[in-house]
Write a protein that binds this ligand. Structure first.
Ligand SMILES: Cc1cc2nc3c(=O)[nH]c(=O)nc-3n(C[C@H](O)[C@H](O)[C@H](O)COP(=O)(O)OP(=O)(O)OC[C@H]3O[C@@H](n4cnc5c(N)ncnc54)[C@H](O)[C@@H]3O)c2cc1C
Length: 396
């Protein structure tokens, strides 16, 4: 693979860079880590609208669905530039654009595409993902939320948990059991659920970094029309896996990692007098920073592999698990190195005038624990890589 931008890609990159410099809101540095998603979303509405006008919310979606019809590589360049500039990423990009939309494109009916895709693009609808339940996370197929057919509707009863941005979402991609007697992977149906339906109750949870990020969602006699099924009844598992592949490819992206190392190096240089030992005297810290830079480059290469598969029209599978596993564990090491660079100051959080980098490292240190859990834990990714990537036998 030639890692250099083609002339067309270089022009596009420059265009994106200039657009971001001119139009992106100048949020307080570190504001993206403040942990209040509603606040971030409200502050960035105008910016998202400008992105939408350019069709840059979904550069790689086909033009007929409102995208810019760009290549997956251009989309990656775009994401890289957004990360480098620390431009706010629209929340609806994460689940609506990154997971629900692509699943609807692959498995949805024409009516579903016509109705839902434009609303994802404009940001009119924010989406959340109702997969996990109190007793079903890694073993997702054991989920118990029930959907019972009643005329043209299904009636849903059950509970979801850890549902990111459910408190802001208008729609949920929901997995529910339609055939309790079938083998567990075969009795699940994939629904699109209006979060404003009667019987949906969202109770926000606070993550350990203090962010109001996810919720418990209780479903009591919620009616979903039959036309809101994705794919066929009882065959939802297959569409669900498509969504997970999109999710893991996106979560795993290493864009901006190099930037994080450079931020730390700059900080360590500028604040050398705050340290008991400076970078020049502290070989261990120098080596640690060098390791993170090498790893950030490895992560970037792994992300390029995903981009390369996607640009050939393939959906990455165990490759997405490799990249998710590697980059999210790297995320944790990066935050740990950040703590080593900041020393005792690293424990201070946003709000304190002494908090280095506005508490960003402290937030990342705590939040990055969740990144090796969300979208499937590191153990589960290792199982996938072992069985599907290496053809090793399953354990009992
Ligand atoms: C920040 C965050 C955001 C999230 N957002 C969403 C969301 O929007 N929507 C949603 O549906 N879910 C979401 N989740 C839930 C997430 O997908 C689950 O937490 C995850 O899949 C793990 O499930 P669990 O919590 O039930 O843990 P469990 O499955 O109970 O696992 C407990 C431990 O056992 C290990 N383990 C389990 N099975 C195996 C095995 N076969 N082999 C080896 N080890 C194993 C796990 O790795 C883990 O260490 C989110 C989670 C987090 C942390």
């Amino acid at each position: 693979m030639d890692f250099r931008d083609t002339p067309a890609e270089a022009t596009f990159r420059q265009e994106v860079r200039e657009f971001i410099a001119k139009e992106a809101p100048k949020l307080e540095p570190g504001a993206e880590f403040a942990g209040d998603y509603a606040e971030q979303f409200a502050a960035s509405q105008g910016w998202f609208k400008k992105l939408g006008e350019r069709r840059w919310l979904v550069p790689a979606w086909p033009k007929e669905y409102g995208g810019a019809g760009m290549t997956v590589t251009e989309q990656f360049l775009f994401n890289e530039e957004m990360a480098i500039a620390r431009a706010p990423r629209p929340l609806h990009m994460i689940i609506g654009v990154g997971m629900a939309g692509p699943t609807i494109i692959v498995h949805g009916t024409e009516e579903q595409k016509k109705y839902f895709l434009p609303r994802i693009l404009t940001g009119e609808d924010i989406w959340c993902q109702g997969y996990s339940e109190p007793e079903a996370g890694s073993d997702l197929a054991s989920l118990r939320t029930r959907a019972v057919r009643d005329g043209d509707d299904y009636v849903i009863n059950g509970q979801k948990i850890w549902t990111s941005i459910a408190h802001l979402a208008r729609w949920m991609i929901l997995l529910a059991r339609t055939d309790p007697d079938a083998p567990k992977h075969k009795g699940i149906t994939y629904f699109l659920m209006d979060m404003k339906s009667p019987g949906v109750e969202t109770r926000p949870l606070t993550n350990m970094a203090g962010g109001r990020e996810f919720s418990e969602v209780f479903l009591e006699n919620v009616r979903i029309p039959r036309s809101n099924i994705i794919g066929e009844e009882n065959r939802g598992w297959y569409s669900a896996v498509t969504t997970l592949d999109f999710e893991r490819s996106a979560i795993g992206s290493a864009v901006g990692m190099r930037q994080s190392v450079e931020d730390l190096v700059r900080y360590a240089r500028e604040h050398s007098t705050d340290f008991t030992s400076t970078l020049a005297e502290n070989a261990v810290l120098r080596y640690e920073l060098a390791d993170r830079l090498v790893e950030a480059e490895v992560g970037r290469m792994l992300s390029y592999r995903i981009v390369s598969l996607q640009s050939k029209g393939l959906i990455p599978n165990y490759e997405a698990s490799i990249v998710k596993l590697y980059n999210m564990e790297l995320n944790q090491r990066m935050a740990r190195t950040g703590m080593h660079v900041l020393g005792m100051y690293g424990q201070l959080e946003r709000g304190s005038k002494w908090a280095p980098l506005r508490g960003r490292i402290k937030y990342s240190y705590l939040r990055s624990i969740g990144s090796t859990i969300e979208g499937g834990t590191s153990e589960i990714q290792r199982n996938i890589v072992a069985t599907r990537g290496l053809n090793l036998p399953r354990g009992d």
